[in-house]
Design a protein around this ligand. Structure first.
Ligand code: NAD
Length: 360
């Protein structure tokens, strides 16, 4: 396969972790007989320094014309960096909002996985943690409460605020289709989360998801109320495979799922649109205080590269190979400082990249 991949190293540890993920992708291409071409573009603080804005239209165009985008992280120290003295639309994070909006990335995927070797970092009871879990939350990202009308007004002398929760059938349908497609690539078990006992938007959500489900008879679809889901995530996360939910519920549940997996440096994410194009990035930020020290954990970015292969390029075998190499590295006790524990071998960012490549 030939694929055009755009790399956005960004700021802080971004260039180091994207550098390692790129080497892993190059190795996968050579090993499995593919040709990946890479184009690097600036976004975030580095783009502000060069062009006076966090993402230029030219660079956005390059990203739009690619098959997939891999991002490190953007931003600097929010109290000391001069980038944060600029008006909000010129700050590093505005680049992220611009690209998400321009590419209409409406489906946000947040996997959460408990590696047995890192189980001691899991805040759940040992008898729950020892069962392990491997789930992905598909969150609707561009609709719902965060995008509806809002206002604060004085009504009869009482200050009153309103936020509008709004969803249309096509908005629900397109994210449901994504979730079923993802379930087809995994264990074919989809839980749709809503609050259909109270909210009209949730009743519409449930109806549309069920309709889409008829096109995917192999996938087992279950509905779950959001309050119940938040409890089940800490009670027995092993029951989940793919979860699909609206924006606000997804925001909260995906953070809960990240937290129970214990290690931020291990978590990847993806944002997808209606085509195959997606933006893949680690769930963590740019960690400016450790930039350039060769101690950042590149595994979340390497796992994001695996998601890129799976969801944008349909290269499942290649994605499996990367994910298995990550599991193997952990089994072999190789760790960057953030996940290091007694008895393990401590390695730097670059060495971790090499250790992964050796195991693919
Ligand atoms: P952060 O995720 O960058 O760092 C939080 C803590 O985790 C720090 O102690 C950091 O050293 C550590 N850490 C994070 N990633 C690590 C890794 N790969 N290896 C080892 N340790 C790691 O969050 P923050 O400190 O709140 O934010 C720093 C900057 O990142 C800010 O400018 C923020 O706006 C930005 N940010 C960007 C994104 C993004 O680009 N998507 C997301 C979140 C935060």
């Amino acid at each position: 396969m030939n694929a055009k991949i755009v790399l956005i190293p960004g700021d802080g540890i971004g260039p180091e972790i994207v550098g390692e993920a790129k080497k892993v992708l190059e190795h996968v291409a050579a090993r499995f007989g593919h040709t990946f071409s890479f184009t690097e573009i600036d976004m975030g603080g580095c783009s502000i320094d060069k062009y006076g804005e966090p993402l230029t239209d030219e660079n956005l165009e390059i990203a739009k014309n690619s098959d997939a985008i891999l991002l490190g992280a953007v931003g600097g120290n929010t109290t000391t960096s001069p980038w944060y003295k600029l008006e909000p639309k010129l700050r590093p994070e505005a680049g992220l909002l611009k690209i998400r909006k321009a590419l209409q990335l409406f489906a946000n995927l947040r996997p959460a996985y408990l590696y047995p070797e890192l189980a001691s970092a899991c805040p759940l009871r040992p008898d729950i943690a020892e069962k392990g879990f491997d789930l992905v939350i598909v969150r609707e990202l561009t609709g719902g409460l965060y995008y509806g009308d809002r206002w604060t007004r004085e009504i009869d002398g009482v200050t009153t605020a309103v936020d509008t929760l709004i969803y249309s059938e096509p908005e629900i349908r397109r994210v449901a289709v994504k979730a079923f497609e993802i379930a087809m690539k995994r264990n074919k078990n989809l839980i749709s989360v809503d609050k259909a006992n109270v909210l009209d938007t949730s009743r519409l959500w449930r109806k549309v998801v069920a309709e889409v489900g008829r096109e995917y008879p192999e996938v087992k679809l279950t509905n779950m109320l959001v309050d119940s889901c938040s409890m089940q995530l800490v009670h027995d996360p092993s029951q989940f495979d793919v979860v699909v939910t609206e924006n606000t519920f997804g925001d909260i549940l995906s953070d809960e799922a990240s937290e129970i997996s214990g290690s931020m440096g291990m978590l990847s994410s993806a944002s997808l649109n209606e085509s195959k194009l997606g933006l893949y990035e680690p769930a963590h930020g740019s960690a400016p205080e450790i930039a350039g020290l060769n101690i950042a954990n590149p595994l979340a970015t390497i796992l994001s590269a695996a998601m890129l292969l799976r969801y944008s390029l349909d290269l499942d075998k290649e994605a499996d190979a990367i994910e298995e190499a990550v599991r193997q590295v952990l089994r072999d006790g190789v760790r960057t400082p953030d996940i290091w524990s007694e008895g393990c071998t401590k390695v730097g960012t670059k060495e971790m990249g090499q250790e992964i490549i050796r195991r693919i």
